[in-house]
Design a protein around this ligand. Structure first.
Ligand SMILES: C[S@@+](CC[C@H](N)C(=O)[O-])C[C@H]1O[C@@H](n2cnc3c(N)ncnc32)[C@H](O)[C@@H]1O
Length: 160
Protein backbone atom coordinates (compact mmCIF):
# COMPACT_ATOMS: atom_id res chain seq x y z
CA UNK A 1 0.00 0.00 0.00
CA UNK A 2 2.82 2.39 0.99
CA UNK A 3 4.55 1.58 -2.31
CA UNK A 4 1.46 2.52 -4.30
CA UNK A 5 1.31 5.89 -2.50
CA UNK A 6 5.03 6.49 -3.17
CA UNK A 7 4.65 5.63 -6.87
CA UNK A 8 1.60 7.90 -7.22
CA UNK A 9 3.52 10.74 -5.50
CA UNK A 10 6.53 10.26 -7.80
CA UNK A 11 4.22 10.49 -10.83
CA UNK A 12 2.37 13.54 -9.47
CA UNK A 13 5.45 15.43 -8.25
CA UNK A 14 6.61 16.78 -11.65
CA UNK A 15 3.05 18.00 -12.35
CA UNK A 16 3.03 19.92 -9.04
CA UNK A 17 6.58 21.30 -9.11
CA UNK A 18 6.25 22.95 -12.55
CA UNK A 19 3.87 25.49 -11.01
CA UNK A 20 7.00 27.18 -9.59
CA UNK A 21 8.87 27.25 -12.92
CA UNK A 22 6.33 28.33 -15.55
CA UNK A 23 2.84 26.85 -15.46
CA UNK A 24 0.93 23.72 -14.48
CA UNK A 25 0.00 21.24 -17.19
CA UNK A 26 -3.24 22.35 -18.82
CA UNK A 27 -3.39 21.24 -22.46
CA UNK A 28 -4.62 23.64 -25.12
CA UNK A 29 -7.60 22.45 -27.20
CA UNK A 30 -6.34 21.07 -30.50
CA UNK A 31 -8.78 23.31 -32.39
CA UNK A 32 -7.21 26.43 -30.83
CA UNK A 33 -3.77 25.23 -31.94
CA UNK A 34 -4.97 24.66 -35.52
CA UNK A 35 -6.44 28.17 -35.49
CA UNK A 36 -2.99 29.74 -34.94
CA UNK A 37 -1.77 28.35 -38.25
CA UNK A 38 -4.87 29.67 -40.01
CA UNK A 39 -4.31 33.18 -38.62
CA UNK A 40 -0.69 33.66 -39.74
CA UNK A 41 1.31 32.89 -42.83
CA UNK A 42 4.56 31.01 -42.14
CA UNK A 43 7.34 30.27 -44.63
CA UNK A 44 7.42 26.70 -46.02
CA UNK A 45 10.42 25.67 -43.90
CA UNK A 46 9.34 27.50 -40.76
CA UNK A 47 10.71 26.67 -37.32
CA UNK A 48 7.96 26.38 -34.69
CA UNK A 49 8.89 26.33 -30.99
CA UNK A 50 6.60 25.45 -28.07
CA UNK A 51 7.91 26.72 -24.71
CA UNK A 52 6.47 24.26 -22.22
CA UNK A 53 5.37 21.78 -24.85
CA UNK A 54 3.33 19.42 -22.63
CA UNK A 55 2.32 16.25 -24.45
CA UNK A 56 3.62 17.65 -27.76
CA UNK A 57 0.26 18.33 -29.39
CA UNK A 58 1.31 21.62 -31.04
CA UNK A 59 4.54 20.02 -32.24
CA UNK A 60 2.59 17.18 -33.91
CA UNK A 61 0.39 19.70 -35.75
CA UNK A 62 3.43 21.74 -36.85
CA UNK A 63 5.37 18.61 -37.90
CA UNK A 64 2.41 17.37 -39.99
CA UNK A 65 2.51 20.68 -41.84
CA UNK A 66 6.17 20.03 -42.68
CA UNK A 67 7.64 22.58 -40.28
CA UNK A 68 10.57 22.00 -37.97
CA UNK A 69 8.96 21.58 -34.56
CA UNK A 70 10.92 22.07 -31.34
CA UNK A 71 9.60 21.75 -27.81
CA UNK A 72 10.99 22.43 -24.34
CA UNK A 73 9.40 20.59 -21.43
CA UNK A 74 10.60 20.01 -17.86
CA UNK A 75 8.07 17.39 -16.82
CA UNK A 76 9.79 14.06 -17.69
CA UNK A 77 6.47 12.20 -18.04
CA UNK A 78 5.06 14.70 -20.54
CA UNK A 79 8.41 14.89 -22.29
CA UNK A 80 8.44 11.08 -22.74
CA UNK A 81 4.88 11.14 -24.11
CA UNK A 82 5.82 13.84 -26.63
CA UNK A 83 8.97 11.95 -27.71
CA UNK A 84 6.74 8.94 -28.43
CA UNK A 85 4.15 11.02 -30.30
CA UNK A 86 6.84 12.67 -32.43
CA UNK A 87 8.73 9.47 -33.27
CA UNK A 88 7.50 9.51 -36.91
CA UNK A 89 8.59 13.10 -37.59
CA UNK A 90 12.34 13.51 -38.13
CA UNK A 91 12.05 17.31 -38.15
CA UNK A 92 10.45 17.37 -34.69
CA UNK A 93 12.32 17.28 -31.41
CA UNK A 94 11.51 17.83 -27.72
CA UNK A 95 14.15 18.80 -25.19
CA UNK A 96 13.83 17.79 -21.54
CA UNK A 97 15.00 21.25 -20.58
CA UNK A 98 13.76 24.50 -19.06
CA UNK A 99 12.10 26.88 -21.49
CA UNK A 100 14.26 29.66 -20.02
CA UNK A 101 17.24 27.98 -21.71
CA UNK A 102 15.44 27.61 -25.06
CA UNK A 103 17.05 28.80 -28.25
CA UNK A 104 14.44 30.91 -30.04
CA UNK A 105 16.79 32.81 -32.39
CA UNK A 106 15.75 30.82 -35.48
CA UNK A 107 12.08 30.49 -34.60
CA UNK A 108 9.43 31.77 -37.02
CA UNK A 109 6.70 31.08 -34.47
CA UNK A 110 7.02 30.67 -30.72
CA UNK A 111 3.97 29.38 -28.87
CA UNK A 112 3.41 29.28 -25.14
CA UNK A 113 0.68 28.78 -22.56
CA UNK A 114 2.39 30.03 -19.42
CA UNK A 115 1.35 31.61 -16.16
CA UNK A 116 0.91 35.40 -16.46
CA UNK A 117 3.45 36.08 -13.69
CA UNK A 118 6.23 35.05 -16.09
CA UNK A 119 5.08 37.37 -18.89
CA UNK A 120 7.63 40.14 -18.18
CA UNK A 121 10.59 37.75 -18.06
CA UNK A 122 9.48 35.90 -21.20
CA UNK A 123 8.74 39.11 -23.09
CA UNK A 124 12.31 40.27 -22.45
CA UNK A 125 13.75 36.96 -23.70
CA UNK A 126 11.63 37.07 -26.86
CA UNK A 127 12.48 40.71 -27.61
CA UNK A 128 16.21 40.04 -27.04
CA UNK A 129 16.39 36.82 -29.04
CA UNK A 130 13.68 36.47 -31.68
CA UNK A 131 14.24 37.74 -35.19
CA UNK A 132 12.19 40.67 -36.53
CA UNK A 133 9.06 39.57 -38.41
CA UNK A 134 8.65 36.34 -36.44
CA UNK A 135 5.48 35.51 -34.53
CA UNK A 136 4.70 34.84 -30.91
CA UNK A 137 1.44 33.22 -29.86
CA UNK A 138 0.33 33.21 -26.24
CA UNK A 139 -2.64 31.12 -25.22
CA UNK A 140 -4.65 32.60 -22.38
CA UNK A 141 -2.61 35.66 -21.46
CA UNK A 142 -1.78 39.00 -23.08
CA UNK A 143 1.75 40.43 -23.26
CA UNK A 144 1.69 44.23 -22.93
CA UNK A 145 4.91 45.27 -24.68
CA UNK A 146 4.53 43.31 -27.90
CA UNK A 147 2.59 44.29 -31.04
CA UNK A 148 -0.71 42.39 -31.01
CA UNK A 149 -1.75 41.59 -34.56
CA UNK A 150 -4.59 39.12 -33.93
CA UNK A 151 -6.72 37.84 -31.09
CA UNK A 152 -8.81 34.76 -31.73
CA UNK A 153 -10.62 33.21 -28.75
CA UNK A 154 -7.87 32.92 -26.07
CA UNK A 155 -5.02 33.08 -28.59
CA UNK A 156 -3.00 36.30 -28.69
CA UNK A 157 -0.74 36.56 -31.72
CA UNK A 158 2.10 39.06 -31.79
CA UNK A 159 4.63 40.08 -34.43
CA UNK A 160 8.20 40.80 -33.32
C1 LIG B 1 -0.34 25.14 -19.67
S1 LIG B 1 0.72 23.77 -20.13
C2 LIG B 1 0.74 23.94 -21.92
C3 LIG B 1 1.15 22.67 -22.62
C4 LIG B 1 1.15 22.75 -24.15
N1 LIG B 1 2.01 23.83 -24.62
C5 LIG B 1 -0.24 22.96 -24.67
O1 LIG B 1 -0.53 24.09 -25.07
O2 LIG B 1 -1.04 22.01 -24.66
C6 LIG B 1 2.33 24.40 -19.65
C7 LIG B 1 3.45 23.39 -19.83
O3 LIG B 1 4.68 24.04 -19.54
C8 LIG B 1 5.51 23.14 -18.80
N2 LIG B 1 6.48 23.98 -18.08
C9 LIG B 1 6.25 24.78 -17.01
N3 LIG B 1 7.36 25.43 -16.66
C10 LIG B 1 8.32 25.06 -17.55
C11 LIG B 1 9.70 25.40 -17.72
N4 LIG B 1 10.32 26.26 -16.90
N5 LIG B 1 10.39 24.85 -18.74
C12 LIG B 1 9.77 23.95 -19.59
N6 LIG B 1 8.48 23.59 -19.46
C13 LIG B 1 7.76 24.13 -18.46
C14 LIG B 1 4.54 22.37 -17.92
O4 LIG B 1 5.07 21.12 -17.49
C15 LIG B 1 3.34 22.19 -18.89
O5 LIG B 1 3.47 21.02 -19.64
Amino acid sequence: MVWIVIIVLIILLPFLLVIFFGAPYVPTFTQDLHDIFREIHLPQKAVVVDLGSGDGRLLVIAAKKGYTAIGYEINPILWAISVWRLRKYPRAHTYLKSLWKADVRNADLVFTFLNKIYAGKLEKKLLDEMKPGSYFSSFGFAYGNLELIKKHRANHIYKL
